[in-house]
Design a protein around this ligand. Structure first.
Ligand SMILES: [Cu+2]
Length: 468
């Protein structure tokens, strides 16, 4: 058993023996040396391919995807086996229109169960990737996404019971963007000037293989930006929209641009902010999305590095010639509606049990067959969510089905950067966030959980059931 001391040192990656994650001391001693990293900025950042529907009707776009292993070349002279949707790493991007349905037939060609969750999506229960609603090896499951929500940057990823952390780590993640005319009318940078960027950490062994051990997260020191280590990306001297998602299992990023240059935050998890927020720092915990507009105007010939406070450079923009730029960031983006009057208040506490080092919400580890929270459809609830690990262990909180608004953080009003629509909120040690959501949606089972997904895989998750 781990001691309290080792648990604290490991930042909370205590293992549940029952989950089959035990790693022997011998295995740890045999941990291979790390791969030799390439020179920084020697590879170009890829932009994940946009997937083409296999069929379209008046109301619906139909897609097909297959989760399978694939071999990619991340480091010169080595190959890396990863899991990829359609064999791509990250997976292909879905571009959906608000109000237009997307149906995806997901085939599992891996050797273990998978489940697909559309993170931030307002979806029916059978399509939410509930951890037991799995796709068996060789099987296909059809997911239906109504896209009855505003323009936003979502991502899809694996959610299979106890396995989501390893599956996501090995590559089962991709972008899902919802677009709408109201956002397009604002004139934000679009098309080739609208860049989805997924950041995540990883550990590679000397032979290039991707190394996954839940206890080993402190050695996940290679940051991948759209699947490549420290890439460059050529940009024109104009404005760009960056859609940042943190696809790491545990790592949070604190991102700065160049010498602390200003960026303009325009969106949170669930879509546009009411108004743009100038910022010199973007904080983004696992699962969250932050969108910024960066203006390279007047920077021709320069190189501008996006860097994390701890991990260093994650991406370099190489600024080319000036081009005509009709884009803008208007002073009003999408005003937030007034908050409804809440009907129900609840308290949620996330913490590691000091008795047995298991991960719990309100004193319970995840049981997919237990209903933890019953919610009447249409009610507005305030949830006071606390990270009860008061020392060093960070968590965050992700609610399926709905977007919420943050009412307060530690008794103070939310910072402007998190005052918009959210589905995932960071919780530093001892922190308390009050959030409000209105639970519209079809009846059925959903989950809420810590999105440090090594924690949710270890049962820091609970169920909610929407009822009539
Ligand atoms: Cu956690």
């Amino acid at each position: 058993m781990p001691t309290r001391r080792t648990v604290m040192k490991a930042g909370g990656a205590a293992l549940l023996p029952a989950a089959g994650y035990g790693v022997s001391a011998a295995a740890r001693a045999a941990t291979p040396a790390a791969v030799e990293l390439p020179e920084p900025f020697s590879v170009r950042m890829p932009i994940p391919r946009t997937l083409t529907p296999v069929a379209r009707t008046a109301t619906t776009d139909f897609y097909e995807m297959t989760a399978r292993t694939t071999t990619i070349s991340v480091f010169q002279g080595t190959t890396t086996e990863v899991y990829g949707y359609n064999g791509e790493f990250p997976g292909p991007t879905i571009r959906a229109r608000a109000g237009r349905r997307v149906v995806i037939a997901q085939t599992n060609q891996l050797t273990m169960d998978t489940a697909v969750h559309l993170h931030g999506g307002h979806v029916p229960p059978a399509s939410d990737g509930f951890p037991l609603d799995v796709i068996a090896p060789g099987a296909t499951r059809t997911y239906e996404y109504p896209n009855r929500q505003q323009a936003t940057t979502l991502w899809y990823h694996d959610h299979a019971h106890h396995m989501e952390s390893e599956h996501v780590y090995r590559g089962l993640h991709g972008f899902y963007l919802i677009e709408d005319p109201r956002e397009e009318a604002l004139g934000l940078p679009s098309g080739a000037f609208d860049l989805p960027i997924m950041l995540r950490d990883a550990r590679f062994a000397e032979d290039g293989s991707l190394h996954f051990e839940p206890e080993d997260f402190q050695n996940r020191t290679t940051i991948l930006t759209n699947g490549r280590p420290q890439p460059y990306f050529p940009v024109a001297a104009r404005r760009y929209r960056l859609r940042l998602v943190n696809g790491s299992n545990l790592r949070s990023f604190v991102l700065r641009l160049g010498d602390g240059e200003e960026m303009t935050q325009i969106a949170t998890d669930g879509g546009l902010l009411g108004a743009p927020v100038p910022t010199r720092e973007v904080r983004i915990s696992p699962g969250e999305r932050v969108e910024v507009v960066v203006d390279f105007t007047g920077r021709s010939g320069s190189q501008v590095v996006l860097a994390d406070e701890h991990a260093g450079a994650v991406l370099r923009f190489d600024v080319g010639r000036a081009v005509y730029d009709a884009s803008r960031v208007p002073p009003v983006l999408r005003p937030l509606p007034a908050l409804a009057t809440p009907d129900v208040e609840r308290k949620m506490s996330l913490g590691i049990d000091p008795q047995d080092f298991t991960f719990k919400i309100n004193g319970k580890s995840f049981d997919p067959n237990r209903v933890d929270t019953t919610i009447r459809r249409g009610t507005t609830e305030v949830w006071e969510v606390t990270n009860s690990d008061a020392f060093t262990i960070p968590h965050n909180f992700h609610l399926h089905l709905v977007q919420f608004r943050i009412l307060s953080r530690n008794g103070q009003p939310p910072a402007p950067s998190e005052a918009g629509w959210k589905d995932t909120v960071p919780l530093g040690p001892g922190e308390t966030v009050r959030l409000q959501a209105t639970f519209h949606g079809p009846p059925g089972r959903y989950v809420y959980h810590c999105h440090l997904i090594d924690h949710s895989s270890h049962a820091m998750m609970a169920t909610m059931e929407l009822t009539d």
